[in-house]
Design a protein around this ligand. Structure first.
Ligand SMILES: [Cu+2]
Length: 520
């Protein structure tokens, strides 16, 4: 088969794989409802990444659909088949199943062995943009992840739903990447890796784009201005108490250098083009499924309402650029203007010019070739949008019954990351009692940001550096360097739950513990 043919085939496969997402969705049928048990197969597939074949994992349904679209009120009833040839287990990120079904090996259930299967059955009580990914080893880096969309009943009939799923990609194995990180010999977080240590490139890439910039300078130096240019472009979070890090330490951004960034499995060399209606209204569901990359979504001036984060509604925020940290999701609601025939949706890597994306285009709309380097580097993500978000359905006001203080700790020397100075395995579980309002006060003592994720619950962001506000309800919050973020949740789902940094390599290096109920 010629390259062209193969590309065409791959494009078709990608469209059909994401087809339900990329085209107007059919109403949820009675037949689909009846066939309520889905088989999800964890297996392998081949992608074309900039002309080179790559074998990756995937999670597909029998019809080839990658991931799952279901409807609120329909139970999550699935058989997970393991055709991947290695042990695996899939976590339903953002959902709140009984803990035995949460998909974390060693915490909730044993991994599924090759050829084996596991059964899942629990209610879906809220709609939203979620995803599923392996929690086994470093498989998430090899794309063992897929969308998990819970549609509202008849909720978006007037809108075309489009899923944008982002990945960072390397032709190296994740084990090789991780070994390179551990070999790195820099003495403190933020001082850059020894490039001879085997990591391609360097972790100070953002600083390459902005030479010599310290965190303090980043604060002052990145122009922004308007509130809705908030998406990481208007300076660092407005912390009074934390301030920049110790003198001479710079904020560190990307500690892995990737070969490509994928949007729905493709690069800007051959992006997915989603056909949309003239003046069509779009619900764009952005999923950052990267192992270790934060992005800024840029709609090129098209204004959108951010209506949900991590699948949970927020009071609408208008803008055209929005940050999305590792594992987070954004629901963006917007309409094409009259005469608008093509809207690139670009995802820029923080601190760098590298980007990926898809294009929304009307029939006949001209799709311009988009370079994979933006004219300017994206600024580091900050806490500004987070502080502006307000939950549409906040937790009931209530004082905390239990407060856990958690320092996010680490050093680049030996690539050691932990919580309260302890790596997973030596960690002390965070104990809670059913019925308690729990607050987690997370202070980042490092010069890297950490996307902190709690399983089995949604939390509300309730304070930054001690200043209280009624922030977003979500499942992953980015804690910037040297800042303190407080989240609150109601302990209403007994069990043992993973709580960790969602940077895959930080988690692997020990930045994980469990939230444990004292009775379950
Ligand atoms: Cu981290």
């Amino acid at each position: 088969m010629s390259l062209i043919d193969r590309r065409g085939l791959l494009a078709t496969a990608a469209l059909s794989a994401l087809g339900g997402l990329a085209s107007p969705l059919l109403p949820f049928t009675e037949a689909a409802r009846a066939a309520s048990t889905t088989t999800l197969t964890a297996g392998r597939r081949t992608l074309d990444v900039n002309g080179r074949a790559a074998t990756v994992f995937g999670i597909t349904q029998p019809d080839g659909t990658h991931g799952l679209i279901t409807e609120v009120g329909t139970p999550f009833r699935a058989t997970l088949r393991n055709d991947a040839g290695v042990d695996t287990l899939i976590h339903w990120h953002g959902l709140t199943p009984p803990y035995r079904q949460d998909g974390v090996p060693g915490v909730s259930a044993p991994a599924v062995t090759p050829g084996g299967s596991a059964e899942y059955d629990f209610p879906l009580s809220f709609p939203g943009t979620f995803w599923m990914h392996s929690h086994q080893g470093l498989q998430e880096q090899s794309l063992m992840s897929a969308p998990l969309i819970i549609r509202d009943r008849g909720g978006a009939a007037d809108r075309q739903e489009v899923v944008l799923m982002l990945h960072d990609f390397s032709f190296k194995s994740p084990e090789e990447i991780y070994a390179g990180l551990r070999r790195a010999t820099s003495s403190t977080a933020g001082q850059g890796l020894d490039q001879k240590a085997g990591m391609a490139g360097n972790r100070m890439q953002g600083m390459d784009a902005m030479p010599g910039m310290s965190m303090g300078e980043a604060k002052a130096g990145v122009a922004g201005g308007s509130r809705d240019a908030m998406a990481g472009m208007s300076g660092m979070a407005t912390s009074q108490s934390a301030g920049p890090g110790p003198a001479g330490m710079s904020m560190a951004l990307n500690d892995v250098v990737f070969d490509a960034f994928l949007a729905n499995d493709r690069t800007l060399a051959d992006p997915l083009v989603v056909r949309v209606e003239p003046r069509g209204r779009i619900l764009l569901r952005v999923i950052n499924a990267s192992a270790s990359s934060n992005f800024q979504i840029d709609l090129g001036g098209v204004r959108a309402d951010l209506v949900a984060v991590d699948g949970r509604p927020v009071q609408a925020m208008s803008g055209s650029v929005f940050p999305v940290a590792i594992a987070q999701r954004l629901d963006l609601d917007f309409q094409l203007a009259a005469g608008q025939t093509a809207v690139p949706v670009l995802a820029g890597l923080e601190g760098e010019r590298k980007r990926t994306g898809i294009v929304l285009a009307t029939t006949g709309g001209q799709v311009q070739k988009l370079p994979d380097l933006a004219p300017r580097a994206v600024a580091p993500l900050n806490f500004e949008l987070e502080q502006s978000l307000r939950a549409a359905a906040p937790l009931a006001p209530k004082p905390a019954d239990r407060v856990h203080h958690i320092d996010l700790t680490g050093a680049m020397k030996g690539y050691v990351w932990g919580l309260n100075g302890l790596a997973y395995g030596d960690d002390k579980p965070l104990m809670v009692t059913k019925g308690q309002r729990v607050e987690l006060v997370m202070t980042n003592r490092t010069m890297m940001s950490h996307p902190m994720h709690l399983h089995g619950h949604a939390f509300q962001v309730v304070a930054a550096n001690g200043r209280r506000f009624s922030g977003a309800v979500r499942d992953t919050v980015l804690v910037p360097p040297m800042q303190t973020v407080t989240v609150a949740f109601d302990a209403d789902n007994p069990g043992r739950w993973a709580f960790h940094c969602h940077n895959l390599y930080h988690m692997a290096a020990g930045m994980m513990t469990t939230v444990q109920y004292d009775a379950f």
